[in-house]
Design a protein around this ligand. Structure first.
Ligand code: NAG
Ligand code: NAG
Ligand code: NAG
Ligand code: NAG
Ligand code: NAG
Ligand code: NAG
Length: 459
């Protein structure tokens, strides 16, 4: 009897030192969280608003994360390993005897660590603000999650010159001229889309004189930045659970938690018109509201990767430059490809504008503004969008032998996609796929309430 009792008690004893973590806001050196026990063992802030531990991001894939305890989908606000999930078996987080908080994958690989080394007496605690802090035995803070944000800022978590919010190809950061900006940094090109490049810093209500480069959201819904940005959420003035997140679609949004339903309400967003976000439809792609956001390819082009609009469209023809007579122009009404102009001419006719493009081998399209007789030639087709508000038309340069009838496509039907492109419903991406994700403009379903759909145009 005594022998078998020992066999039963021993495993219990080895588990005990950690098991209190399920109800604790703090762990000390020697503590370990095992991924298999993610449902029972995690840190909880004293107020219970935030939790920290292993978070399942997909089948058998986990991140070490902080999330809102009471949000319906346990919305993640920070991850140690957002693009490198660990295995659901054998992975662990330990605050080791050196005082280093270490996330180890099943094969022993260190996926992430806090790089702290204050030895015994080190603690890791989850604060009521949602900040995970590592302190030495004297209580001095050595590391905090607030200083290494992923895609979300919480109230009182400053964005500084040293930090940025990142989601896929999109980031929010302080630029070299002290202005807070949103940038698309894709495989082909990088471009800034907020504040609008159509206006200067001052016209955008910003300043570049203040070099402190700090932006903070408060609990009442104000988001203030040292460059003069001064944003109020639609429900400002009340202290509720809030977050500021750069979503997978490149928009920056403020959210408020509806405490009774656990769902998020969008209380502010940086970009009102989704097509103003760069890169969403990829190279050569065209963005349009109908009224939801849609991507399509211009005539003569086809989708590069049927599962991923970020990869845009590729020409279904080969370019040769030795015979200008081979080309024709297909009109895309109310359409422009923002930026990347090769040349700009004033007071020219449409015919002269086309001639300028025909004479230039690198020219692949022109944007012409009838009223002001402005002609822009472009080589790279990026940030394409169609909007009735755009005071011009685009004329895409195609080889004549493609058999695309100008009369047929000179209406909006020019933007019809290839048949058979599957409808991509945003909202299913997980953190799992990282750079390889198949639908990068997707919003993770755990974030926000915005629902976008990417479909072919069938008008
Ligand atoms: C451990 O697994 C990770 C993820 O699967 C992998 O990237 C890494 O190369 C592996 N390391 C070793 C030592 O096998
Ligand atoms: C610069 O911005 C900081 C943070 O917003 C603010 O406290 C400070 O007063 C600003 N300085 C000037 C000269 O406006
Ligand atoms: C919050 O959720 C409750 C319950 O679902 C709902 O009745 C209420 O309208 C929501 N409040 C807001 C501001 O959306
Ligand atoms: C691409 O070109 C091929 C051959 O010229 C043609 O069969 C096909 O329909 C074209 N696709 C598109 C989208 O134009
Ligand atoms: C010129 O055009 C011909 C016929 O279109 C093509 O075969 C040839 O490769 C082109 N030469 C160059 C230098 O592009
Ligand atoms: C267009 O502008 C360029 C300079 O940007 C000039 O060299 C060229 O002659 C102009 N072409 C026409 C047709 O006005």
């Amino acid at each position: 009897m005594a022998a078998s009792l020992g066999v039963i008690i021993l495993p219990l004893l080895t588990v005990l030192p950690c098991s209190y973590a399920s109800s604790s806001s703090m762990i000390s050196t020697g503590s370990t969280l095992l991924v298999e026990e993610y449902k029972q063992k995690f840190l909880t802030s004293p107020s219970a608003d935030f939790s920290c531990g292993f978070y399942e991001v997909g089948g058998n894939a986990f991140s070490f994360s902080i999330w809102f305890t009471n949000a319906m989908e346990k919305t993640v606000v920070w991850s140690a390993n957002p693009n490198a999930p660990v295995n659901g078996r054998g992975s662990k987080v330990s605050l080791n005897q050196d005082g280093n908080l270490v996330l180890t994958d099943v094969n022993g690989t260190v996926t992430w660590d806090s790089k702290t080394s204050s030895g015994k007496g080190t603690t890791a605690a989850l604060l009521n603000t949602g900040n995970l802090v590592i302190k030495d035995s004297n209580g001095a803070i050595l590391w905090e999650s607030f200083s290494s944000p992923t895609d979300t800022l919480l109230p009182f978590q400053p964005l500084t010159k040293a930090t940025r919010l990142v989601s896929g190809y999109y980031s929010l950061y302080f630029d070299n001229d002290n202005v807070l900006r949103l940038m698309y940094d894709g495989p082909d090109v990088s471009s800034i889309y907020w504040p609008s490049g159509d206006y200067n810093v001052w016209q955008n209500g910003r300043t570049n004189y203040n070099s402190s480069r700090i932006a903070v959201l408060d609990a009442e819904g104000y988001f203030l930045s040292s460059d003069g940005l001064n944003v109020k959420s639609s429900d400002w003035g009340t202290v509720i659970k809030r977050r500021l997140t750069i979503d997978y679609d490149g928009n920056l949004r403020m959210y408020s938690l509806n405490a009774s339903s656990g769902s998020w309400i969008t209380s502010w967003q940086a970009i009102a018109k989704t097509c103003d976000i760069h890169g969403l439809c990829g190279r050569n792609g065209i963005c349009q509201f109908l009224p939801n956001f849609h991507c399509s390819c211009p005539p003569g082009y086809e989708m590069t990767d049927l599962k991923n609009w970020n990869k845009g469209c590729r020409p279904n023809f080969s370019r040769s430059c030795n015979n200008t007579e081979e080309f024709e122009f297909i009109k895309l009404p109310d359409t422009d490809f923002y930026g990347f102009d090769v040349s700009f001419n004033q007071s020219v006719t449409l015919k002269e504008c086309k001639k300028i493009c025909l004479d230039s081998c690198s020219c692949s399209t022109i944007t012409y503004k009838e009223g002001s007789a402005l002609c822009y030639t472009k080589s790279v087709l990026f940030n394409g969008y169609t909007s009735p508000n755009f005071p011009g038309d685009n004329y895409i340069k195609l080889p004549k032998n493609m058999g695309i009838s100008a009369s047929l496509v000179s209406t909006k039907s020019a933007l019809t996609c290839n048949q058979g492109i599957p409808e991509i419903i945003l909202g299913s991406a997980s953190l799992l796929h990282g750079e390889d994700r198949t639908a990068p403009c997707n919003l993770p379903s755990t974030k926000g309430t915005t629902s976008l759909s990417t479909t072919c145009l069938t008008m």
